[in-house]
Structure formats: C-alpha cells, structure tokens
Ligand binder design. Sequence first.
Ligand code: HEC
Length: 206
Amino acid sequence: MVTKRGDGRLPKLAALVLIGLAAAVGTALAPDAGMASSKGPFGGFTGAPGEDTCRHCHDSFPLNVPGGLLTVSGFPEVYVPGETYAVTVILASDSGEVWGFEATVLSDKRKRAGRLIAVDRDTTKVVPGVFLTTREYVVQKKAGSYDGQRGSATWTFNWKAPKKDKGPLTIYVAGNVGNDNEQKTGDFIYAVQVTSQPAGDMSRER
Ligand code: HEC
C-alpha cells in the first residue's frame, strides 16, 4: 500500500536546535563535509509524527510531485513478534542522478518499534534521531547514494519486530531524488508510510 502524506512542520525551537547542532557537527565531526547529507542525512526527517521530511532543507519542490515514486516492500502486512523481515525501499524517477532515503518504524504511541538493522553496511547505516533521540533511522551512506545512477535506487535492510505485540506498527520512509549539484536545491522529495498489524487476536484490548 502506498499512501501519500502531507508535509509536516517542525516547531521553530527545533529548527534553532538543528542550526546549532549542524554547526556543532559541521565543525567538530565533519569539517570537510559540512552537513554531508549525501553521505547520510540526520535521523528525524521521515515525515513520521513529530517530524518534517527531507523538505525541511531540500525545499525546492512540493512533496510527492509526479515523475517519481517511492515504494516499500517486505514490511509485512501482519508481523510476528520477534521475527526479522527484509525490507526494500525503491525510489524511482525520470530525473534522478543521486539518491537518498531514511526510514523509521513507530508504534501508534509514536515510539520506536523493533530494531532496524543495516545488512549492507557499504550502502546503509542506522543512526539515532537528532531531536527524538529514542527513535532510530536507517539511511543511505555515500556509496548508497548511487551517484550517477539513473532510473531508480534500491536499498534493503532488516527490521526485527518487537518481542511483544505492540499493536499496529508503521514504517515511515522519505526519499530524495537528487540532481547531483551537491546542494540542497533542485531535489525532489517523496514520502510514504505502510502499516503492519500484529499477528494473533486483533480484537483484544491493549
Ligand atoms: C538539515 C538540512 C538537511 C536535511 C533535513 C536533509 N538534507 Fe540532504 N542535503 C543537505 C545539504 C546541505 C546538502 C548538500 C551537501 C551534501 O551533498 O551533503 C544535501 C544533499 C543531499 C543529497 C545530494 C543532493 C545532490 O543533488 O547532490 C542527498 C541524496 C541528500 N541530501 C539526501 C537527503 C535525505 C534522504 C534527506 C531526508 C531523509 C535529507 N537529505 C535531509 C541538507 C539536508
């Protein structure tokens, strides 16, 4: 199922925190790369509740404009607690020349649900949220931005469902179809969400 989402807005305070954080990271950790989003965006921009999308910075175009499509497969319609699932994100576009994505899984209480695991560590990594630090995110690395590739980009990672039934769980994914100008301008942002129901008695009170 593919659902299109509206774009959220970060509160002003969060934006200020981000500017401070970016400055700190830029000078302390990545002096050469600055904000280095192509090497892997900060956790917290999937469009999940309480989050903006990548459009927080890549704001040249509206969200989900025709010409591109972000799809998720392998995130189960029904999850078995403790089970591990291989999830694949495909970002397709007629215009992309560099690519990026970010995904997180939350319960309907907006809490991290299960664990995300980077299977291909050359192309993906797992990072914590910069604002909501108990959330975790799988994002592309530099090699996973597939610089110069046309048509589409694909990333696969694992999601281990929580040990217990946590009710319906949703994966929130954002993708960036980049124009390869090494700036935040001219890029198309897409967002999608898919919900998984717990196996077993679904009528039970939680
Ligand atoms: C805090 C601001 C900010 C946010 C939020 C952000 N980016 Fe970026 N991004 C940048 C900047 C600045 C650049 C240019 C420098 C670079 O390439 O790292 C960039 C560049 C990129 C590029 C290369 C674009 C090109 O055309 O060369 C990709 C891919 C990318 N970001 C992916 C993402 C994804 C995916 C997200 C959301 C999950 C995201 N970014 C969110 C600031 C941001």
